[in-house]
Design a protein around this ligand. Structure first.
Ligand code: SAJ
Length: 427
């Protein structure tokens, strides 16, 4: 089939490239002219393992073309962002999804398959169907009458981990939720072209909820670890030690505390559940609040540390939302580092091997981006915010004489330990 992928971000671009690799002709659509131009040169605008070579190959072979316009195709894949509004209720904003649906309506024809991959509140795929029905009254839409529909519509969320996207796109199992079971079957036929994992069919609403539940599950589990770290802080205990010991129980597997939860998925998706069932979603809401609180807790503790060492230069290690990636969206590390920069100005240094420059909110603060060697040579306080491998492997002798606040627990051998339970300065 000819395929049109709408949205060329962290999910859309790898997906488009993987579909092109199995010899489908793919048009990738993005609003940004510069993204389109970059891809048509065979280059990429995001960092992801092995994606550069793959995109270059499929563009050179003429299998992947980027455009700002939706073109006719047999299968449409919508992979655009679904943020939430900063209105206090975290109301999901599905306007990009609806705009994508409207943009493909004009070229939709009998026999086409429309697939929504964006993370969405329950019911969105039906809204897409309703929008298409309104814009194309000449086409029979699924689920609206008992007659065989002209097009198929399904919800098929991705579940790939940044840093392992290409591998997980191919090997993970997929939930395929059709508006009708016929729609699910048509979508499975498409995914079978490039997915080696099992494609499990269900209805669209269940598939929408499944995606949200997966990320809420992880958020709740990380919240448990983050709450423990704050309790341990209060009680003067080493949380890493407690978790290590507890995890020796055959049925206990506590995740790792950190400076909070970031990224564009886990820190967002649980709100879609809370928004859909505010009275019932108690644990899920609280987990979100705990993970957000952790960020402020780390900032408060880090500020104490900087104030307690008035003559020290301070290095914040990491801005990314998690280890070994260049994604700084919704990053607690970035929040903590930028807040420290605003408070302590020129005393603050930032080490982020995945950044060429500091993000805008640092400008005017006096904080500097430096490399790891410089930080180890010149800074007296190190605040570990991201567990990048390059930080993890710093040997003990290079950090023996500095004060360390290790929010990720990457240096268990550190003579000062992390700030919790007690702030100690190495001799
Ligand atoms: N984190 C911790 N402690 C941990 C694990 C993670 O603090 O023990 C933090 C990370 O540092 C990061 C955040 O949580 O700030 C999220 O990182 P992550 O690696 O758990 O997940 P993401 O956001 O990179 O990707 C998630 C994945 N979902 C699940 O594992 C259930 C991925 O499979 C999804 O495809 C992705 O969200 C998505 O796009 O929805």
């Amino acid at each position: 089939p000819d395929v049109c992928v709408i949205g060329l971000g962290y999910i859309g671009l790898p997906t488009a490239a993987i579909i092109a690799r199995v010899n489908c002709r793919v048009t990738g659509v993005d609003l940004s002219q510069s993204v389109v131009d970059t891809i048509n040169r065979g280059e990429i605008h995001i960092e992801e393992v092995d994606l550069d070579g793959l995109v270059q190959g499929v563009v050179q072979r003429g299998l992947l073309t980027a455009s700002t316009q939706v073109v006719p195709a047999d299968v449409f894949v919508i992979a655009v962002p679904t943020p939430f509004e900063k209105d206090g209720n975290h109301t999901p904003d599905v306007s990009y999804v609806m705009a994508a649906a409207a943009s493909l309506a004009a070229v939709l024809k009998k026999g086409d398959v429309v697939i929504l991959e964006s993370t969405c509140p329950v019911g969105t795929t039906q809204l897409v169907r309703d929008r298409l029905a309104a814009l194309r009254p000449d086409l029979r839409m699924p689920g609206l009458s008992s007659e065989t529909p002209d097009v198929s519509i399904a919800y098929c969320p991705e579940r790939v981990l940044p840093g392992r996207i290409l591998e997980e796109l191919t090997h993970n199992d997929r939930s395929i939720g059709g508006i009708t079971s016929r729609c699910a079957r048509k979508a499975v036929e498409f995914y079978k072209l490039f997915v080696r994992g099992t494609c499990v069919t269900t209805d669209a609403r269940s598939a929408e909820m499944t995606k949200l539940v997966e990320n809420a599950y992880r958020d709740v589990n990380i919240a448990f670890a983050n709450e423990l770290s704050m309790i341990a802080d209060r009680m003067g205990l080493d949380v890493w030690e407690v978790i290590r010991l507890a995890n020796r129980h055959p049925r206990v597997n506590i995740l790792q505390p950190g400076p909070g939860v970031g990224g564009h998925c886990i820190a967002v998706d649980p709100w879609f559940i809370v928004n859909g069932a505010p009275d019932e979603a108690k644990v899920i809401r609280t987990a979100r609040e705990v993970n957000d609180t952790k960020m402020h807790h780390v900032l408060a503790r880090a500020s104490e540390l900087v104030e307690a060492n008035p003559h020290a230069t301070v290095a914040c290690l990491g801005l990314a939302f998690k280890a070994n990636i260049d994604d700084f969206r919704e990053s607690p590390a970035r929040f903590v580092a930028a807040s420290l920069a605003r408070k302590f100005g020129e005393r603050v240094r930032v080490v982020e091997p995945y950044a060429q420059e500091l993000p805008g909110e640092f400008s005017g603060s006096g904080a500097l981006l430096i490399d790891l060697d410089q930080a180890l040579e010149t800074c007296h306080v190190l605040i570990v915010l991201v567990d990048h491998d390059v930080f993890r492997v710093v040997p003990l002798e290079e950090r023996a004489n500095v004060v360390v606040y290790d929010t990720r627990g990457i240096w268990p051998d550190s003579p000062v330990g992390n700030l919790m339970p007690k702030l100690r300065v190495a001799s």
